[in-house]
Design a protein around this ligand. Sequence first.
Ligand code: SAM
Length: 340
Amino acid sequence: MEPNAAMIRAPLIDRFGRTITYLRVSVTDRCDFRCVYCMAEDMTFLPKKDVLSLEELDRLCSAFVGRGVRKLRLTGGEPLVRKNVMALVRSLGRHLDSGDLDELTLTTNGSQLARFAGELAEAGVKRINVSVDTLDPAKFRAITRWGDLDKVLDGIAAAKAAGLAVKINAVALKDVNEDEFDDLIRWTHGAGMELTLIETMPLGEIGADRTDQYLPLSQVRARLARHWTLADIPDTTGGPARYVRIAETGGRLGFITPLTHNFCEGCNRVRVTCTGTLFMCLGQEDAADLRAPLRASEGDELLHAAIDEAIGRKPKGHDFVIDRQHRRPAVSRPMSMTGG
Ligand code: SAM
């Protein structure tokens, strides 16, 4: 079918009636860390020609905004190591000014935040997620292989000084940081930040056995409930996390549990990689190439037709499994490619 002007403006609604309002865009596959659960140490990165230019990323994001996406999250790899990424952030900020976008945000490892926090705030970013799995500098170095915790903490301080709200994401890792969740709660809530714990997801070959890392958050929650008062609160972010309020701190704690709790029925999001590949589900292999239609013409008609076709195939849900029978990843691409 030839796309027409009405189709191009139509909201993105999949065959299960879910409206797509949230786009996560990986702006680079490169990262200055090598987190053990995410990447192998000797990762090979994509050739430059395969990666969308900043202008192409802008065009792609803007096409989605034109179709009703209200929230845009830049991620990676590490978004802040992409050369001149602030030009993209500033340019996308125009959709905030026009009212077409409610939120422009990013997920970062914090290593470059001290440098960019002020500019992010000026571009209209209000909240960011920073990934910190441990407050122990030696453990931090061991998990990230290359990371410096002090630099990240300086970055977080700069973000707060610039007026950005900060949410800390920590992946729950068996025998690695499971003794630290109390400290992470005290630290984040004491500093006016939120904390979200994430289960390890079976994404990508990482050169290690994931059953060694997997820690069900149902178990973590039960343990926390022994000495914190946890009260369920309704989800307000439109994301996959379930939230509790901790009475003792007054702060909010989120749990992202793709393995122990399936959250697909309310899924409102899709992901695009830095090569313009659209993934309709984080936990499935099916994807659509948006780079070819993007590069085929200056107009966006082909791009919109490809987006429509892909949204029509968005699957009902994912089926992650980590157990002794399923030692291979559920999907072969790492989180750094799809963007966490
Ligand atoms: N570099 C940025 C950062 O560190 O936040 C953005 C990209 S990173 C892939 C996004 C998030 O995905 C991080 O919080 C990271 O810990 C998480 N992550 C990576 N691989 C994961 C996996 N296999 N399971 C669960 N979370 C994962």
